[in-house]
Write a protein that binds this ligand. Structure first.
Ligand SMILES: [Zn+2]
Length: 824
């Protein structure tokens, strides 16, 4: 067995929390030669950032803060009082955040659900309890029981149809029994969840030692509903790792992109019968930058100078000198000798310095013989200040030689990168369902890359020895992009640990000075076409220095173009996992909305929604099997339903444009700590070994690789699913003496198309829908005789009874049922 043995010497990033992260040395501190001074380059140190815990009042504030350029992306959680999370900010940004109304939380001061019942709504709520008429106002959305590390939990969502009402706000009370046939008790007030001005549902999560059988929810206006408690991740089959001969645990540390790609190519060489490399056509823009300096003073007198060549292609050899000459009435002049640019500053009639920053910038742009590409005043300044001479030549630099503390040894290859895709499958002929695993769109997320590589290693190492693995490889066509942001990832490993985006600088002059260099780049997971910020969806920024910058246009970046190329070329790709960290969440559509009116991208039909839930439960059960980590149901579903809107994310595009089941995963984070009784969050770069029971890069890699392996099994099962779904109307056809409530049931996740007007059902007919999002199918209240005609389609496209809805099928082989209402 050959394994990549290089270990990256990583300085432990101690949980990031509250620690100062100084990613590179102070800018401009490194003289590059005896005759060259860089000390006059006035560049802010953009690297001193820290991670703080914050609370926002809700999605509106999140949008405003994100649009203003703040990095609030991961580890966010919905709490009853708003949204809590972490921000990576400079001291200056922290002040600005507070100015926008963001609350900064002391460590451990975040929201925690009360484990003790609080008595609920009290006598008024209890008094209002009465039998419901048909027009029920309260529905139980879900009630889930799960255990982790010896502790039971109950999670409940319930909805009142009066939830949007503002005055008075309708309260909800939750009670649970202690097992079948036991009385309800332990009343507690439910927490109202409002997003972007829209009532979502009420919910609670709390510890319980005994599994309840039934819950009861009561509203302050008298609505009441009961619901049975379901198991969440409790009934998982044994994981693949239960087989003693199954090989796992192939990584001994984090991997930078060069290591990831070289191992991918090595796997393809070692296992040519089941693996190959597919090269993505669009090269990245590269781990490279133009060389820069800020010269001539500060404020209005500052000139920002940028080389035409990349730093490593000569830009770093350029020096710029602002020279004071004796005399009066001298014009501004530029001399170039080799890579040395001398600006001879103008003198006025009295012999005083007379060149403004604007004039010097223009002279550099036009008279530097092509060495200087860009020269301009600093930020929004007009450049009216008189430029001061320098003490000597100032060296331009791309700052990429400044390594962060703990950076891996060695140099990073400069220039554009061709991303290899590791394709694994016995039959790579386009006939098996394709699964795209795309890791590390966001550079600082190191665990997604190791999780994906570990999954690839498990496939190739177990193919010959493990029956279940062989079934996966024989029946799927897997595409691994181990890092989809190699430039940014290298920057994160070698220079600035908190880098999220790629390294493409789209900024205009006002934000193009080197003090902004850690704020450039496009958020690759905001650069897609469906639900885009360019079309008004929330959760992406138009600011080139925002950490959620969506790019100058849709698909502006090679990394996102590549994904579209791949799924168009390999149209057998039917499943996708965009792997991120950290947060302990599993998402699908809808993932974006227009804030005004909270209009989401189209919701998946009920059959797809059910298939997503079924797949999620399988995947997360296998995660749990490793060390009892539970991704809680409050963190599973349409991402904009449970967390926030992220405009232009890849999942929306692949699902809506190509019909790919597209998941988003936040691995890591949110592990229950029985010693403290709290849930503990993770970080982007946890110590590799860390605390194996809590926050650990290694443990997260192992447990989430379990989940990715299960996703392959989901795809394999999907590909072999040739069985038609069956469905029924409940209750069925018959004579009823009064109005009756009916609904559809299906034998597996399937979408029902139906008519009640006598026409034959087609794919254009109404789709049986959820009562509301995250709820089961709607209930029809039938008051007069009605004939339902329908058919169902499962997630693999099989149609009930082989009915052909596209053309007039003489057999009319759809289902029918007549509900006959006989008035007495
Ligand atoms: Zn991410």
């Amino acid at each position: 067995m050959r394994r990549t043995r290089q270990r990256i010497a990583l300085l432990a990033l101690p949980a990031l929390v509250g620690s100062m992260l100084v990613a590179t040395g102070p800018a401009g501190a490194d003289p590059t030669g005896p005759s060259v001074t860089v000390g006059q380059s006035h560049v802010d140190d953009p690297d001193a950032v820290r991670l703080v815990h914050i609370r926002l009042t809700g999605a509106d504030m999140l949008d405003r803060v994100t649009a203003a350029g703040f990095d609030l992306e991961h580890g966010l959680r919905r709490v009853p009082t708003g949204i809590e999370g972490a921000a990576v900010v400079t001291a200056e940004q922290l002040t600005a955040l507070k100015g926008m109304g963001v609350e900064v939380l002391a460590d451990g001061a975040g929201f925690a659900w009360a484990d003790e019942a609080d008595g609920g709504l009290g006598p008024a709520g209890a008094r209002a309890v009465q039998p419901q008429s048909h027009e029920a106002t309260v529905r139980v959305v879900r009630a889930d029981w799960f255990t982790t590390k010896g502790q039971g939990f109950l999670y409940v969502e319930a909805r009142t149809t009066e939830g949007q009402q503002a005055e008075p706000i309708v309260g909800m009370q939750l009670e649970n029994d202690s097992g079948k046939g036991t009385p309800f008790g332990f009343p507690r007030t439910m927490s109202r969840f409002v997003d972007s001005g829209q009532y979502m549902f009420h919910r609670n999560l709390f510890k319980l030692d005994t599994r309840p059988d039934t819950i009861r929810v009561t509203s302050s206006t008298g609505g009441v509903a009961t619901g049975s408690v379901s198991n969440w991740l409790e009934d998982a089959p044994p994981p693949l790792t239960a087989n003693p001969s199954y090989k796992s645990d192939f990584l001994d540390g984090y991997r930078h992109p060069q290591q990831l790609y070289s191992r991918a190519k090595e796997i393809a060489r070692q296992y040519p019968d089941i693996a190959e490399i597919v090269y993505l056509p669009n090269q990245t823009n590269g781990y490279q930058r133009k060389a820069q300096a800020q010269i001539g003073g500060t404020g209005q007198a500052a000139v920002v100078v940028t080389s035409a060549a990349w730093g490593h292609e000569g830009g770093n050899d350029i020096t710029v000198d602002f020279v004071d000459r004796p005399g009066a009435n001298l014009p501004l002049a530029v001399e170039v000798e080799g890579k040395a640019v001398r600006v001879l500053l103008a003198k006025d009639a009295a012999g005083g310095p007379a060149s403004t920053a604007t004039e010097v910038a223009e002279a550099l742009r036009t008279r530097s013989q092509g060495l200087i590409d860009r020269a301009h005043p600093y930020r929004a300044n007009e450049g009216t200040g008189i430029v001061a001479p320098t003490a000597g030549p100032v060296a331009l630099t791309d700052f990429l030689d400044q390594k962060r503390v703990g950076a891996p040894a060695g140099e990073v290859p400069r220039g554009p990168v061709t991303i290899p895709v590791l394709r694994i499958g016995k039959h790579r002929d386009g006939k098996k369902p394709g699964v795209l695993i795309q890791a590390q769109d966001h550079a600082r997320e190191w665990v997604p890359a190791t999780t994906s590589l570990e999954s690839a290693e498990r496939l190739v190492h177990n193919y010959r020895s493990d029956r279940e693995t062989k079934k996966i490889v024989d029946n799927t066509d897997v595409f691994f992009i181990l890092s989809n942001n190699p430039d940014g990832a290298n920057y994160s490993f070698y220079n600035f640990a908190s880098q999220r985006r790629n390294m493409t600088n789209h900024c205009p002059d006002a934000n193009a000075d080197p003090g902004r260099r850690n704020s450039w780049g496009v958020d690759l997971n905001r650069n897609y076409r469906v639900g885009s910020g360019h079309d008004g969806y929330a959760g992406a920024s138009t600011s080139c220095v925002s950490d959620t910058y969506q790019g100058p246009e849709k698909l502006s970046e090679p990394e996102s173009k590549n994904i579209i190329w791949l799924v168009e070329k390999y149209s057998n790709i039917k499943f996708m996992m965009s792997v991120h960290s950290n947060g302990g969440q599993l998402f699908w559509q809808p993932g974006a909305y227009i804030a005004d009116g909270r209009i989401t991208t189209p919701r998946p039909p009920l059959g797809d929604e059910a298939f997503y839930w079924q797949s999620a439960a399988r995947i997360l059960s296998q995660v749990k099997a490793h060390r009892e980590t539970v991704v809680t149901p409050e963190n599973v579903g349409g991402s904009s339903d449970v967390l926030y809107s992220s405009a232009g994310n890849v999942r929306e595009d692949l699902y809506h444009t190509y019909g790919i089941y597209a998941f988003g995963w936040e691995v890591g984070g949110s592990v229950y700590n029985p010693a403290t009784g709290d849930w503990q969050g993770g970080s982007f770069q946890p110590e590799w070994v860390g605390n194996p029971d809590l926050v650990s890069g290694h443990a997260e890699t192992m447990e989430y690789a379990n989940g990715i392996m299960e996703m392959f099994r989901v795809a394999a099962d999907w590909g072999r699913d040739k069985k038609d779904p069956t469905s029924q109307l409940v209750p069925g056809a018959g004579r009823y003496s009064k109005p009756v409530d009916v609904r559809f049931e299906t034998s597996e996740p399937a979408t029902v198309y139906y008519t009640t007007d006598g026409s034959r059902p087609t794919l254009e007919s109404p789709r049986y829908a959820a009562t509301e999002f995250r709820e089961p199918g709607q209930v029809f209240h039938v008051t007069e005789t009605t004939t339902f005609r329908w058919f169902s389609v499962d997630s693999a496209g099989n149609i009930e009874r082989n009915y052909d809805p596209t053309k007039s099928d003489r057999r009319n082989n759809y289902r029918t049922a007549t509900i006959k209402i006989v008035n007495r």
